[in-house]
Design a binder for this molecule. Structure first.
Ligand code: NAD
Length: 497
């Protein structure tokens, strides 16, 4: 299957076979590719070429740059099923979610095409006669993109589509666990470039295959104007100071520890459906996965029972078949999940689920039952992001204490409340409510649309990607003061003669 897919997606054999990086599918542990890792020297040459490509690309008018992204969106539409299937094969999320990830890429292309005609600046009133001021936005430079295994293609596209219309070149270092999807996206972009014509420089976009060592070279290079990095908080802690030390720019999209507050007035049917999608979808491996359910004590028992019943009906198995939960990415992820559950049991918490399943059928893959852990109060186990399907359920007494509990974790990505009380809903999204970058009412914390800015506060890194005014992160701002008079007055009325 993999060869057919790669062929249809336009990836030449030599790019993903016979190399020194072994890629296995989490579906059954089979080897699916052996691309070649780049060396440090090759990466430096790629950065040289990226700089040259940027110098050409920034001269192409922005609406014309948008045309390239439009063509790329076309390629994605044509190859949605194949790319979605490859996402599923390489990272293990179910096919519906693989398709969803590609749809998100298409959506951001559409948004970026429109944006290419709206890179608006400002005109500003000058205090001096015969003068005017304006603010302009200019292309920034090569953009270094570092991405995580669990969303192997969409976050790249959020960055790439906007960075391209803003006039920048791209260097993409995907997770070494998911390089094949990166090679496929690059092949589709190159197809779009071939249709676009010669004003797209050959090395406008390049893929860098490697792990931390190569990532650090990319991060340290002064020519890479912006580093947009998606991954763990650990990675962000390593990357941020390095970029800051050279006064580079950073967009950080790091770990989350997302909560739902469920109030006594909540629509329980809706809330349980929302919990199911956001807590067990992608096998708990979304940055926005629901990890903490803060439920009013008066409904805790009913909610927990309903959840146990709903969890018992979850179809776990081959993500390309009709299942809701696929495998964890690898053995390490499975071990981290088990470690958290052992700790939970040792503290006397009630654990439902969490066992490995289908081990006989898939000895080299890690399928698990999603777990529910009932916890009397939030502790350090709950405050840590375990990247697996574990839902901690905790009671609250007053709405203020529920908000305090929601905020009392290091991460600040996504959050939500289920309530039909307008006061509670508005308090949750007010300045004294959730401290997260995303705060939803009556929908779960995961599954964002590309129109809004995506990202979070605190240990989530503070970055924003996708819609709203995020395009400004990929451009440099310039303030212009123009004197069209025959005098030279100074600002603030200063006399200098
Ligand atoms: P990871 O941190 O292990 O790796 C992410 C990427 O960073 C990889 O490409 C890796 O090679 C690179 N990297 C690691 N250390 C580096 C360093 N010192 N310098 C340069 N590059 C380095 O993360 P993962 O296991 O692939 O992904 C899961 C994590 O990502 C979770 O914590 C999840 O919450 C987070 N995530 C966040 C978002 C978001 O938008 N906030 C989205 C997806 C995933």
């Amino acid at each position: 299957m993999i060869d057919d897919l790669m062929q249809r997606l336009g990836v030449p054999d030599n790019l993903y076979q016979g190399g020194n990086l072994t890629v296995t599918t989490p579906v059954d542990g089979r080897m699916i590719g052996e691309p070649t890792l780049h060396t440090a020297e090759q990466l430096r040459a790629q950065i040289d070429r990226s700089q040259q490509a940027f110098e050409q690309w920034r001269q192409v008018p922005a609406p014309r740059r948008g045309e390239l992204v439009r063509l790329f969106g076309d390629e994605l539409r044509q190859h949605k099923e194949d790319l979605g299937r490859l996402v599923t094969l390489e990272c293990g999320k179910i096919y519906q979610e693989g398709l969803g990830e590609v749809q998100e890429m298409i959506d951001i292309c559409d948004l970026a095409v429109g944006q290419s005609r709206q890179l608006f600046g400002l005109t500003i009133a000058s205090e001096r006669p015969g003068h005017h001021m304006r603010e302009s936005w200019h292309p920034l430079g090569p953009v270094g993109l570092i991405t995580a295994f669990n969303f192997p293609v969409a976050p790249w596209a959020w960055n790439a589509a906007l960075a391209l219309v803003c006039g920048n070149s791209l260097l993409w270092k995907p997770s070494p666990k998911t390089p094949l999807t990166a090679l496929a996206c690059q092949a589709l972009l190159e197809k779009a470039m071939a249709r676009f014509g010669s004003d797209a420089p050959t090395h406008l976009s390049q893929v860098v295959l490697g792990d931390t060592e190569l990532g650090e070279i990319l991060v340290d290079d002064r020519r890479v104007a912006l580093i947009s990095a998606t991954g763990s908080t650990r990675m962000g802690r390593a990357v941020a100071p390095r970029v800051a030390s050279r006064f580079g720019r950073c967009i950080l999209e790091l770990g989350g520890n997302n909560a739902m507050i469920m109030t006594p007035s909540a629509d329980l049917d809706m809330a349980v459906r929302a919990i199911l999608f956001s807590a067990v979808g992608t096998a708990g491996q979304r940055c926005t996965t629901l990890r903490r359910l803060i439920v009013h004590r008066s409904i805790q028992q009913e909610v927990t029972e309903r959840l146990r019943t709903a969890y018992a009906g979850i179809r776990i198995g081959d993500p390309l078949a009709d299942n809701l939960v696929g495998p964890l990415i690898d053995l390490q992820a499975f071990e981290q999940m088990q470690e958290a559950l052992v700790t939970a049991r040792s503290k006397g918490y009630t654990v439902t689920g969490g066992e490995r399943v289908l081990a006989a059928e898939y000895p080299d893959a890690y399928y698990v039952e999603p777990a529910i852990v009932e916890v009397p109060a939030q502790d350090d186990l709950v405050r840590a992001e375990t990247f697996a399907p574990i839902l901690y359920v905790m009671p609250y007494e007053s709405f203020d204490s529920a908000i305090a509990m929601q905020n009392d974790v290091p991460q600040g990505l996504s959050s939500c409340v289920f309530t039909t009380d307008v006061r509670e809903a508005e308090q949750f999204v007010s300045a004294t409510g959730s401290d997260c970058g995303i705060a939803n009412i009556n929908i779960g914390p995961s599954g964002a649309e590309i129109g809004g800015a995506f990202g979070g506060e605190k240990d989530t890194g503070g970055g924003r990607e996708s819609g709203s005014d995020v395009w400004k992160s990929y451009m440099r701002r310039q303030t212009n003061t123009v004197n069209y008079s025959r005098e030279l007055p100074l600002a603030q009325g200063i006399q200098f003669d």
